[in-house]
Design a binder for this molecule. Sequence first.
Ligand SMILES: [Fe+2]
Length: 234
Amino acid sequence: MLFRQLFDKESSTYTYLIASGRGREALIIDPVKELTQTYLDLINQLDLKLVRAIDTHTHADHITALGELRKATDCMTLMGEFTRAECVSDHVSEGDIIDVDGVKLKSLYTPGHTDESFSFVLDGGGAREDAVFTGDVLLIRGSGRTDFQGGDPYKSYDSIVNKLFTLGDDTLVYPAHDYKGFAVSSIFEERNHNPRLAGKSAEQYADIMNSLNLPDPKLMDVAVPANLACGNAA
Ligand SMILES: [Fe+2]
Protein backbone atom coordinates (compact mmCIF):
# COMPACT_ATOMS: atom_id res chain seq x y z
CA MET A 1 0.00 0.00 0.00
CA LEU A 2 1.13 3.50 -0.74
CA PHE A 3 0.65 5.70 2.31
CA ARG A 4 1.87 9.28 2.68
CA GLN A 5 1.38 11.50 5.71
CA LEU A 6 1.81 15.18 4.87
CA PHE A 7 2.04 18.05 7.35
CA ASP A 8 0.94 21.69 7.11
CA LYS A 9 3.21 23.72 9.38
CA GLU A 10 0.85 26.70 9.59
CA SER A 11 -2.09 24.78 11.07
CA SER A 12 -0.30 21.62 12.27
CA THR A 13 -2.67 19.62 10.07
CA TYR A 14 -1.95 16.10 8.88
CA THR A 15 -3.16 15.07 5.45
CA TYR A 16 -3.12 11.49 4.21
CA LEU A 17 -2.66 10.34 0.62
CA ILE A 18 -3.43 6.64 0.15
CA ALA A 19 -3.49 4.24 -2.79
CA SER A 20 -2.98 0.54 -3.29
CA GLY A 21 0.22 1.28 -5.22
CA ARG A 22 1.92 3.52 -7.78
CA GLY A 23 -0.13 4.10 -10.88
CA ARG A 24 -3.42 3.40 -9.11
CA GLU A 25 -6.44 5.40 -8.01
CA ALA A 26 -5.91 7.37 -4.79
CA LEU A 27 -7.78 9.13 -2.03
CA ILE A 28 -6.76 12.03 0.19
CA ILE A 29 -8.01 12.90 3.68
CA ASP A 30 -8.11 16.43 5.18
CA PRO A 31 -6.11 18.31 2.53
CA VAL A 32 -5.12 21.97 3.14
CA LYS A 33 -5.79 24.53 0.41
CA GLU A 34 -2.34 26.18 0.54
CA LEU A 35 -0.68 22.83 -0.16
CA THR A 36 -2.81 21.92 -3.18
CA GLN A 37 0.12 22.15 -5.59
CA THR A 38 2.28 19.99 -3.30
CA TYR A 39 -0.38 17.28 -3.38
CA LEU A 40 -0.82 17.55 -7.14
CA ASP A 41 2.95 17.27 -7.70
CA LEU A 42 3.17 14.20 -5.46
CA ILE A 43 0.14 12.60 -7.13
CA ASN A 44 1.79 13.21 -10.48
CA GLN A 45 5.18 11.87 -9.36
CA LEU A 46 3.56 8.69 -8.08
CA ASP A 47 1.46 8.36 -11.24
CA LEU A 48 -1.74 8.34 -9.18
CA LYS A 49 -5.24 9.28 -10.22
CA LEU A 50 -6.99 11.13 -7.40
CA VAL A 51 -10.61 9.95 -7.25
CA ARG A 52 -11.76 10.90 -3.70
CA ALA A 53 -10.97 13.90 -1.49
CA ILE A 54 -12.43 13.55 2.00
CA ASP A 55 -12.80 15.94 4.93
CA THR A 56 -13.41 14.40 8.35
CA HIS A 57 -15.30 17.55 9.40
CA THR A 58 -15.66 21.27 8.77
CA HIS A 59 -12.29 22.57 9.92
CA ALA A 60 -12.03 25.87 11.78
CA ASP A 61 -8.28 26.37 11.59
CA HIS A 62 -7.42 25.98 7.91
CA ILE A 63 -9.13 26.11 4.55
CA THR A 64 -9.83 22.81 2.85
CA ALA A 65 -8.37 21.87 -0.54
CA LEU A 66 -11.46 19.85 -1.49
CA GLY A 67 -12.72 22.43 -3.99
CA GLU A 68 -9.30 23.03 -5.56
CA LEU A 69 -8.57 19.32 -5.88
CA ARG A 70 -11.93 18.65 -7.49
CA LYS A 71 -11.26 21.45 -9.97
CA ALA A 72 -7.79 20.13 -10.77
CA THR A 73 -8.47 16.38 -10.90
CA ASP A 74 -12.23 15.94 -11.24
CA CYS A 75 -12.16 13.81 -8.08
CA MET A 76 -15.29 13.34 -6.00
CA THR A 77 -15.39 15.27 -2.73
CA LEU A 78 -16.85 13.51 0.29
CA MET A 79 -17.96 14.39 3.80
CA GLY A 80 -20.23 12.86 6.39
CA GLU A 81 -23.97 13.06 5.92
CA PHE A 82 -24.48 15.79 8.53
CA THR A 83 -22.13 18.36 7.02
CA ARG A 84 -23.56 21.75 6.12
CA ALA A 85 -21.18 22.04 3.16
CA GLU A 86 -23.57 21.73 0.24
CA CYS A 87 -20.78 21.77 -2.32
CA VAL A 88 -19.49 18.22 -1.68
CA SER A 89 -20.12 15.61 -4.39
CA ASP A 90 -21.37 12.93 -2.03
CA HIS A 91 -21.95 12.08 1.61
CA VAL A 92 -21.17 9.01 3.69
CA SER A 93 -23.23 7.47 6.48
CA GLU A 94 -22.27 5.22 9.39
CA GLY A 95 -20.88 1.93 8.08
CA ASP A 96 -20.45 3.03 4.46
CA ILE A 97 -17.34 1.58 2.82
CA ILE A 98 -15.32 3.80 0.51
CA ASP A 99 -13.43 1.50 -1.87
CA VAL A 100 -10.74 3.09 -4.00
CA ASP A 101 -8.99 0.52 -6.17
CA GLY A 102 -8.92 -1.97 -3.29
CA VAL A 103 -8.21 0.53 -0.50
CA LYS A 104 -11.17 0.20 1.84
CA LEU A 105 -12.24 2.86 4.34
CA LYS A 106 -15.17 2.30 6.66
CA SER A 107 -17.09 5.39 7.78
CA LEU A 108 -17.81 5.91 11.49
CA TYR A 109 -19.96 8.74 12.77
CA THR A 110 -17.95 10.22 15.66
CA PRO A 111 -19.54 13.51 16.78
CA GLY A 112 -18.30 15.53 19.74
CA HIS A 113 -15.61 17.83 18.37
CA THR A 114 -18.25 18.94 15.87
CA ASP A 115 -21.73 17.51 15.40
CA GLU A 116 -20.86 16.30 11.88
CA SER A 117 -17.43 14.67 12.37
CA PHE A 118 -16.69 11.28 10.85
CA SER A 119 -13.73 8.96 11.37
CA PHE A 120 -12.54 6.49 8.76
CA VAL A 121 -11.13 3.02 9.43
CA LEU A 122 -8.61 1.75 6.90
CA ASP A 123 -8.73 -2.01 6.44
CA GLY A 124 -5.14 -3.25 6.55
CA GLY A 125 -6.23 -6.46 4.81
CA GLY A 126 -3.98 -8.54 7.08
CA ALA A 127 -0.86 -7.23 5.34
CA ARG A 128 -0.61 -4.25 7.68
CA GLU A 129 -2.37 -3.00 10.78
CA ASP A 130 -5.76 -1.40 10.44
CA ALA A 131 -5.64 2.36 10.91
CA VAL A 132 -8.18 4.97 11.90
CA PHE A 133 -8.26 8.56 10.74
CA THR A 134 -9.89 10.32 13.65
CA GLY A 135 -10.06 13.90 12.42
CA ASP A 136 -10.02 15.99 15.58
CA VAL A 137 -12.28 13.92 17.82
CA LEU A 138 -9.36 11.85 19.12
CA LEU A 139 -5.87 13.34 19.05
CA ILE A 140 -2.65 11.74 20.29
CA ARG A 141 -2.75 11.99 24.10
CA GLY A 142 -5.49 14.58 23.69
CA SER A 143 -8.82 15.26 22.01
CA GLY A 144 -10.37 18.00 19.90
CA ARG A 145 -12.07 20.88 21.66
CA THR A 146 -15.81 20.55 22.18
CA ASP A 147 -16.85 24.17 22.68
CA PHE A 148 -17.98 25.23 19.19
CA GLN A 149 -19.50 23.96 15.91
CA GLY A 150 -21.99 21.78 17.74
CA GLY A 151 -19.28 20.22 19.89
CA ASP A 152 -20.34 18.30 22.98
CA PRO A 153 -17.98 16.66 25.50
CA TYR A 154 -20.43 13.84 26.27
CA LYS A 155 -20.77 13.01 22.57
CA SER A 156 -16.99 13.21 22.20
CA TYR A 157 -16.55 10.76 25.10
CA ASP A 158 -19.16 8.42 23.63
CA SER A 159 -17.55 8.53 20.16
CA ILE A 160 -14.08 7.88 21.55
CA VAL A 161 -14.82 5.34 24.27
CA ASN A 162 -17.73 3.45 22.74
CA LYS A 163 -16.66 3.55 19.10
CA LEU A 164 -12.97 4.26 18.56
CA PHE A 165 -11.73 2.41 21.65
CA THR A 166 -13.60 -0.73 20.55
CA LEU A 167 -11.28 -1.02 17.55
CA GLY A 168 -8.40 -3.49 17.89
CA ASP A 169 -5.51 -2.58 20.20
CA ASP A 170 -3.03 -2.44 17.34
CA THR A 171 -5.18 -0.20 15.15
CA LEU A 172 -3.02 2.80 14.32
CA VAL A 173 -4.41 6.23 15.17
CA TYR A 174 -3.81 8.99 12.65
CA PRO A 175 -5.34 12.32 13.76
CA ALA A 176 -5.88 15.47 11.70
CA HIS A 177 -3.56 17.47 13.95
CA ASP A 178 -0.65 17.16 16.28
CA TYR A 179 1.01 19.97 18.19
CA LYS A 180 3.62 18.01 20.15
CA GLY A 181 5.58 16.07 17.56
CA PHE A 182 3.68 12.79 17.47
CA ALA A 183 2.87 11.36 14.04
CA VAL A 184 0.94 8.21 14.92
CA SER A 185 -0.43 6.35 17.93
CA SER A 186 -2.50 3.22 18.52
CA ILE A 187 -5.85 2.45 20.11
CA PHE A 188 -4.00 0.58 22.90
CA GLU A 189 -1.89 3.64 23.71
CA GLU A 190 -4.78 6.09 23.70
CA ARG A 191 -7.13 3.87 25.69
CA ASN A 192 -4.47 3.39 28.37
CA HIS A 193 -2.45 6.59 28.30
CA ASN A 194 -4.58 9.43 26.96
CA PRO A 195 -4.64 11.69 30.03
CA ARG A 196 -8.12 13.01 29.31
CA LEU A 197 -9.69 9.59 28.85
CA ALA A 198 -7.79 6.76 30.54
CA GLY A 199 -9.72 5.78 33.67
CA LYS A 200 -12.01 8.82 33.34
CA SER A 201 -15.81 8.82 33.50
CA ALA A 202 -17.89 10.82 31.04
CA GLU A 203 -18.48 13.42 33.76
CA GLN A 204 -14.78 13.73 34.53
CA TYR A 205 -14.01 14.08 30.82
CA ALA A 206 -16.70 16.76 30.42
CA ASP A 207 -15.24 18.69 33.37
CA ILE A 208 -11.80 18.62 31.74
CA MET A 209 -13.18 19.73 28.36
CA ASN A 210 -15.38 22.45 29.84
CA SER A 211 -12.47 24.01 31.71
CA LEU A 212 -10.05 24.30 28.76
CA ASN A 213 -11.00 27.93 27.97
CA LEU A 214 -9.25 27.94 24.60
CA PRO A 215 -9.15 31.04 22.39
CA ASP A 216 -10.91 30.80 19.02
CA PRO A 217 -8.63 29.57 16.22
CA LYS A 218 -6.98 32.47 14.35
CA LEU A 219 -8.63 31.60 11.07
CA MET A 220 -12.02 30.53 12.41
CA ASP A 221 -14.07 33.42 10.99
CA VAL A 222 -12.51 32.89 7.58
CA ALA A 223 -12.07 29.13 7.55
CA VAL A 224 -15.55 27.96 8.55
CA PRO A 225 -17.49 29.94 5.90
CA ALA A 226 -14.84 29.08 3.29
CA ASN A 227 -14.99 25.40 4.17
CA LEU A 228 -18.76 25.33 3.91
CA ALA A 229 -18.06 26.32 0.30
CA CYS A 230 -15.40 23.57 -0.08
CA GLY A 231 -12.57 26.08 0.26
CA ASN A 232 -13.91 28.59 -2.21
CA ALA A 233 -14.46 31.65 0.00
CA ALA A 234 -17.76 33.40 -0.58
FE1 LIG B 1 -11.35 20.58 13.83
